[in-house]
Write a protein that binds this ligand. Structure first.
Ligand code: DHE
Length: 521
């Protein structure tokens, strides 16, 4: 009798479990029915962004359910609360945060297939279609509704506003003559925009998840650093035709994500920071010349150089091996040394690109955001100043001795710092914490904070950039109903406000192409 009861009870439990499982939402089906049209059947993105764990780094998992049910401001995505239950939305959130069974290939063929030519290059006008100084333009990324505004840097009038790919990130880069703007989205799209005729020229999807891009000093190549797949993709800068895919692979075949790629024009090379290998890669974009690489031990296989022929010797990576990972770094003005923050968070390292190894440790804590650093002359010494992502301070380093000259206490950790050779001031935001509405103004002579601007109390203000002559400085009020604020950089008087949708970075053409010491390159 007891045994029969037990069997009956087990059967009931089993039936309940089966019923419960049957009632569980089928996430794959829900995805196909509700999401695939905009985000792609393969989750690689279409008119909406890619929905893979790597592409969702900026969306918290518990926020995803709310976004699915109620959408979010300034998004074209509809709210699904009328058709999906909370359990459905939770199942979808779990689905998109789980890696797919197989990741699609994203090699030369797939990249080439995504290439779009929007305009006929031969038909582009020879001169700008506007009267403004083409070298004093700004491109401003408005992340609130994924647009870019092109501003006249003398009048601060908008010349154009165009829709960008979803979630641009990293700096907008320019061709050496300042005519073309290149920009990358986190989803791997690279876009090329003609600032003379104010139109999009070409686009290509160079990766599934991308960190940033760099334009070669000779203007012929665009390098794209990807985290998914771990590759550096070389595009022809004339129209973004893909030229080469360089897999980032270590000695044992392990792959690595790219943290960032930068151009080193005096060395005719791209320098690549890696997330998962304790190495820095140097990728020459012309056939390496001896003076750039004395004592070079590079990674050509024996006989490979001969086999490739002279023409293809460019783009062969030189691997500089280090004893710690180097995610974020800053170049010396001559591009012979790079200073990086080691991942241990306690010290930094100086890597000399000529000898190809670490030459000094620097006492850096606080996670300096070296990519945002600036340089200037200070009492006969060349120093660099960098905000810190983890500590409320700005670190000033001597670039010859690598000693810390001073640390300025700030109202919180910061993200971006900017100056200009013609300005006595440097501007540093306080990006994190309760004082994110503050921007410090630093006197470059006394290395003291002489003013703290709080233009919109309670609203995040960040990322300064100067006009080409260093006279005015532009700041972003990074809110959806935000603004671009223009200040006189000497008197600190507010001279203009332009409403914008969550403006983030802004990039002055002349400052970028002349490698102005107070801006990012
Ligand atoms: Fe960025 C540049 C890395 C989060 C806005 N950011 C860069 C660069 C790197 C980097 C390596 C240099 C690229 C270049 O010069 O082309 N950023 C990272 C991160 O690792 C981090 C902390 C995490 C991540 O999400 O990837 C990060 N970045 C952000 C943001 O949250 C910001 C504020 C808003 C956003 O839109 O994503 C942001 N990053 C920027 C901007 C630049 C940038 C505006 C260009 C700065 C410049 O003046 O050149």
């Amino acid at each position: 009798m007891g045994v029969r009861l037990l069997v009956a009870a087990s059967a009931a439990v089993l039936a309940l479990a089966v019923a419960a499982r049957a009632a569980e939402p089928d996430a794959a089906r829900l995805y196909t029915e509700n999401c695939a049209a905009c985000h792609g059947g393969d989750r690689l993105g279409a008119i909406g962004p890619a929905l893979l764990p790597q592409n969702l780094g900026r969306l918290k998992r518990d926020e995803a359910v709310d976004v699915i049910l109620h959408s979010r401001p300034a998004s074209q995505m509809p709210a699904f609360s009328d058709t999906l239950s909370e359990a459905d939305a939770q199942a979808l959130a779990d689905y998109i945060f789980a890696p797919p069974e197989a990741l699609p290939d994203w090699g030369l063929a797939e990249i080439a297939a995504s290439h779009i030519r929007h305009a006929d290059l031969a038909a582009l006008p020879e001169a700008p279609v506007f009267d403004a100084d083409p070298l004093n333009l700004f491109s401003v990324v408005e992340s609130g509704d994924h647009h870019v505004s092109v501003l006249d840097g003398d009048t601060f009038e908008r010349l154009a506003r165009f829709e960008s790919r979803f979630a641009l990130h990293g700096g907008i880069k320019y061709s050496p003559d300042g005519r073309f703007a290149y920009m990358a989205s986190r989803d791997g799209w690279v876009s090329m925009y003609d600032l003379y005729s104010l139109q999009m020229v070409a686009e290509v999807r160079a990766g599934i998840n991308t960190r940033n891009i760099a334009v070669s000093g000779d203007g012929k190549w665009v390098a794209v650093g990807n985290t998914l797949p771990g590759t550096v993709v070389i595009l022809d800068a004339a129209d973004l035709t893909p030229h080469r895919v360089i897999p980032v692979v270590g000695d044992r075949g392990e792959t690595s994500r790219v943290s960032a790629v930068y151009a080193a024009p005096p060395r005719d090379s791209f320098i690549v920071a890696l997330k998962d290998l304790p190495e820095v890669w140097e990728i020459p974009y012309v056939k390496p010349k001896k003076p750039h690489y004395p004592g070079l031990v590079h990674n050509y296989e024996p006989g490979m150089v001969e086999a490739l022929g002279v023409k293809d010797q460019a783009f062969q990576a030189r691997r500089i091996k280090l004893d710690d990972y180097l995610d974020d770094f800053f170049f010396s003005q001559d591009y012979q040394n790079l200073m990086g923050a080691a991942r241990n968070g306690r010290n930094g390292q100086v890597v000399n690109l000529i000898v190809g190894r670490k030459i000094a440790d620097i006492p850096l804590s606080g996670m300096p955001h070296l990519g945002s650093g600036i340089t200037f002359d200070w009492h006969g010494r060349r120093v660099m100043a960098s905000p810190n992502l983890k500590e409320a301070k700005i670190t000033v380093l001597d670039m010859e001795t690598w000693e810390v000259v001073t640390e300025l206490e700030t109202l919180g950790p910061g993200f971006f710092m900017r100056s200009h050779a013609n300005s006595p001031h440097a501007f540093a935001d306080v990006f994190f914490g309760p004082n994110r509405d503050a921007v410090h103004v630093i006197d470059k002579e006394s290395l003291e904070i002489v003013e703290t601007l709080r233009p919109r109390p309670g609203q995040t203000v960040a990322h300064a950039e100067f006009t080409d002559d260093g006279r005015y400085v532009l700041l972003s009020v990074m809110e959806d109903d935000g603004a671009l604020l223009v200040y006189d950089a000497a008197t600190l008087e507010l001279v203009k406000e332009l409403p914008m949708r969550r403006p983030v970075g802004k990039y002055n053409v002349a400052n970028k192409i002349r490698y102005e010491e107070g801006t990012s390159h």
